[in-house]
Design a binder for this molecule. Structure first.
Ligand code: PEP
Ligand code: MG
Length: 575
């Protein structure tokens, strides 16, 4: 038995036989051989492209009905595949084998992408490599997405170095009990899809692919970030027991979806959903969300591979709003860069993308794209409770500049006679320590705050949120973070504006108690976290939560606060 740990990405417990995903060595071996008959080689390329294109079409069709935004990925890949064909053919005519052409052309294109500033070509490197892999597999006579066809009977645990979003989507319906990956983190695109598929998953597991062999029994405890290879009898028993317990807990939590998130002494909190795609609204509504507190609109680009048009923005926002049954829709403007791949990347790669042209800074460099998005938001704001949320605001200057652009977008719509709401509520994310420190000043010029702890912790503690080795230093209970939260809550209170939290911290039920005690009344959560937070908030009084918070705020280290919280609050399930 080998016990490994990684980053908890998607909760639950799953056991099954290891299904290893790795690149086929045959493809690499064949690559260097020059072709004997160039025309025949070009025909092979076209046949493989046709097969790959057919596969992409079927994948699109199988998903189009329910998950339209993800389905777009496959259409975008098909278009990209066609675009690459002339270059691939030319490389074969210069003497390369089809395999070699695919490898060199696609790798070179992927490597160049970060330096290309043409919007049509600014497709993501991972997508290009994904298409290259698909073509290579088709050339080797294999079909599909490189996920092994000879899947063992019964539930499997997918083990891989990394998964592309398209591979992640295809795990649906394949009897996948869990996923364990050597790379990745909880904010990646594949992670978001896996969470929405509700498959237990741990990422960033060092040494995993070396240690695991096909067919081995593997247990993944998603919420604990634990991967056990060849669990012994006692661990297997525990795995099965935890799986059953998790299922029972989920079922009982879902039954409470209609109940308010209200403390025993009658103080109500508002639970909202974080979404990446419009259809994610459904998962939130099923769990009793009162609206959307964070719509990560970058995924519109990531699903399609190109920047969306104004009408595409509008269609997605309308789709989300339509599913909300009158609930609020908080649309965060583009948060490209750093952990979220960025279109129209600058000519020179940035030395520190997390401290570079990301979010609002990207929008200021690309005002036309920003205005286009703002126009779509203002248009949909005429149709319901829609709010604009600005990410990565450090102070008043960016805020005022962004608000001026909102006014400009409204003026453009007015000039064109297009129906819109010129002044929907505008809020800022508090995710740079400077913004938390300046909260009282910022609060006078916005309608709401939403605390983004994923970045606030990263920037406050100087820990890269994407680096699995930094995970032990990524401490939501660090007293300095709690002080920043206090300052934020006080600043909001003084100006009379609401403050919510949309970072992952709020999703862990024990932290929600601490935050409630500190004065937070709105939580925007990954939909699957909503029921746990509701149940825990309903189990105590506000007075108790305040006492717990006051007790924690007196302590000097993250470890002490964490321990004190766990002493005083029993989490629902794993967190
Ligand atoms: C955050 O930073 O906490 C947040 C909610 O935004 P994102 O994870 O999309 O950066
Ligand atoms: Mg953020």
């Amino acid at each position: 038995m080998l016990d490994l740990t990684g980053i908890p990405v998607s909760g639950g417990s799953g056991v099954g036989r290891a299904l290893l995903y790795e690149e086929s060595p045959d493809v690499r071996a064949a690559a260097a051989m020059p072709p004997k008959d160039v025309d025949a080689e070009v025909r092979r390329l076209h046949e493989a492209a046709e097969q790959a294109s057919g596969d992409l079409g079927s994948l699109h069709d199988s998903l189009a009905a329910s998950r339209d935004a993800i389905a777009q990925i496959f259409f975008a890949h098909r278009a990209m595949l066609t675009d690459f064909l002339p270059q691939l053919e030319a490389t074969i005519r210069e003497g390369a084998s089809a395999e070699h052409a695919v490898q060199t052309v696609m790798h070179a294109a992927a490597a160049k992408i970060s330096r290309v500033s043409d919007p049509v070509l600014s497709l993501r490197a991972k997508d290009v490599l994904d298409i290259g892999r698909r073509l290579s597999r088709a050339l080797s006579g294999a079909s599909g997405d490189g996920l092994p066809d000879d899947q063992p009977d019964g539930p499997v645990v997918v083990v891989a170095r990394d998964l592309s979003p398209t591979q992640a989507v295809q795990l649906r319906g394949r009897n996948v009990a869990a996923i364990a990956l050597e790379q990745g983190g909880h904010t990646g695109h594949a992670a978001v899809i896996i969470k929405s598929l509700e498959i237990p998953c741990v990422m960033g597991v060092r040494g995993l692919t070396e240690a695991a062999s096909p067919g081995q029994m593997i247990w993944v405890e998603g919420s604990a970030g634990r991967v056990v290879i060849e669990p012994d009898a006692a661990a297997m028993e525990r795995a099965v027991e935890l799986g059953l317990r998790y299922e029972r807990l989920e079922a009982s939590l879902l039954e409470e979806s209609d109940l308010p998130a209200e403390t025993i002494d009658g103080h109500r909190a508002t639970l909202l959903a974080n979404i990446e795609y419009p259809f994610d609204v459904d998962a939130g509504m099923e769990r009793g969300a009162e609206g959307v507190g964070l719509y990560r609109t970058e995924f519109l680009y990531q699903a399609g591979g190109t920047l969306p048009t104004e009408d595409e923005h509008l269609a997605a926002y309308r789709d989300a709003l339509g599913r909300l049954d009158g609930g609020r829709l908080t649309i965060r403007t583009y948060d490209f860069g750093a952990d979220k791949e960025s279109p129209l990347a600058p000519a020179e790669p940035e030395p520190n993308p997390a401290l570079g042209v990301r979010s609002l800074r990207w929008c200021f460099e690309h005002p036309d794209e920003f205005l286009l998005q703002l126009r779509a938001i203002l248009r949909v704001a005429a149709e319901g409770d829609v709010r604009i949320m600005l990410p990565m605001v450090a102070g008043l200057e960016e805020l005022r500049r962004a608000k001026a652009l909102i006014d400009e977008a409204a003026a453009q719509l007015a000039a064109a006679g297009t129906n819109h709401e010129p002044r929907p509520p505008v809020g800022v994310m508090i995710e740079i320590p400077a913004a938390a420190v300046m909260a009282d000043v910022l609060a006078r010029e916005v309608d709401f705050f939403s605390v983004g702890t994923n970045d606030l912790i990263q920037y406050n503690l100087a820990v890269d949120r994407l680096n699995p080795r930094m995970e032990p230093f990524f401490r939501p209970t660090h007293p300095s973070l709690l002080r920043l939260l206090q300052t934020t809550i006080e600043g909001a209170r003084a100006a009379g504006i609401p403050v919510s939290m949309c970072g992952e911290m709020g999703g862990q039920s024990i932290y929600a108690v601490l935050l409630l005690g500190m004065g937070l009344r709105e939580f925007s959560l990954t939909p699957t976290y909503i029921p746990r937070v509701r149940r825990l908030l309903r189990s105590l009084t506000l007075i108790e939560a305040r006492r717990i918070a006051a007790d924690c705020l007196r302590l000097g280290t993250a470890g002490e606060i964490e321990a004190r919280l766990r002493e005083r609050v029993t989490p629902i399930g794993a967190g």
